[in-house]
Design a binder for this molecule. Structure first.
Ligand code: FES
Length: 241
């Protein structure tokens, strides 16, 4: 059952992401500066006015090309090469093997030592790019404290901030990040700052699977909330401004 549930949830998330990014619609709320992470950074002439926080690098995109095409491939690669997601999709999509203590069904299994799976070793580099993208998402969440009269915040800000905090928790809990903080060190006592960081990262790392799933959920919730407000289906609940 577990591989089946994982398969259904991951497939549903991918379908949602593909549909939302291909529509190129309802990704920006101009009154409150809410920008969905699915369209960030928006760097083409196709972006509606105000949504290009980092300038316009390209001309107009053809229909269905994701507006965040400069970051989405890296985020996808980051998640695909993540240690947790590897376990999840090796078991649920490939059944290779579907669980612990179940024999590997394939003959000549080579693990991740040959192409293409050896590419999983690029994860640490995708992690560095994901950190930069998390900074972009953080910036988006900060500039969203906006209202037509200046400063303001509403329920959309709480959603955006919660999403960013979860994204950082997932990104900093990465196994590569844990290695960066205290890998190849024999004497923890001689590196108190790195040890302190390693303890924090390890706490996140122990919950990496939970953050992997909650960030998928928070990304959908954030995007759906902004789409509903942007399309006029609901109004943002405003606390200030
Ligand atoms: S191991 Fe999951 S993000 Fe690096």
């Amino acid at each position: 059952m577990q591989p089946l549930v994982t398969f259904i949830l991951l497939t549903a998330w991918l379908v949602y992401g593909i549909v939302r990014t291909a529509t190129q619609k309802y990704y920006w709320v101009p009154q409150y500066h809410y920008l969905t992470p699915f369209a960030s950074p928006c760097v083409s002439d196709s972006c509606v006015p105000g949504s290009s926080h980092f300038g316009r690098w390209f001309g107009s995109f053809p229909p269905m090309l994701p507006l965040a095409i400069v970051t989405l491939p890296f985020l996808l690669a980051f998640r695909l090469t993540c240690y947790y997601y590897r376990k999840a999709y090796y078991r649920s999509f490939w059944l290779s093997p579907p669980a612990c203590a179940v024999p590997e069904p394939r003959q000549g299994y080579t693990g991740e030592t040959k192409f293409p799976l050896i590419m999983q070793n690029l994860h640490r580099y995708f992690w560095a790019i994901a950190v930069l993208i998390s900074l972009v998402n953080t910036y988006d969440a900060i500039v969203a404290f906006h209202s037509p009269s200046g400063f303001g915040f509403g329920l959309g800000n709480l959603v955006l901030v919660a999403n960013v905090l979860l994204l950082w928790s997932y990104t900093l809990g990465c196994h590569s990040c844990r290695h960066i903080t205290l890998g190849r060190i024999n004497h923890f006592s001689r590196h108190p700052v790195r040890y302190w960081l390693w303890e924090r990262v390890s706490w996140l790392n122990e919950r990496h699977m939970q953050f992997a799933w909650t960030t998928l959920a928070s990304l959908v919730v954030t995007d759906a909330y902004i789409a509903l407000v942007s399309s006029g289906t609901i109004s943002d609940l405003r606390f200030v401004g």
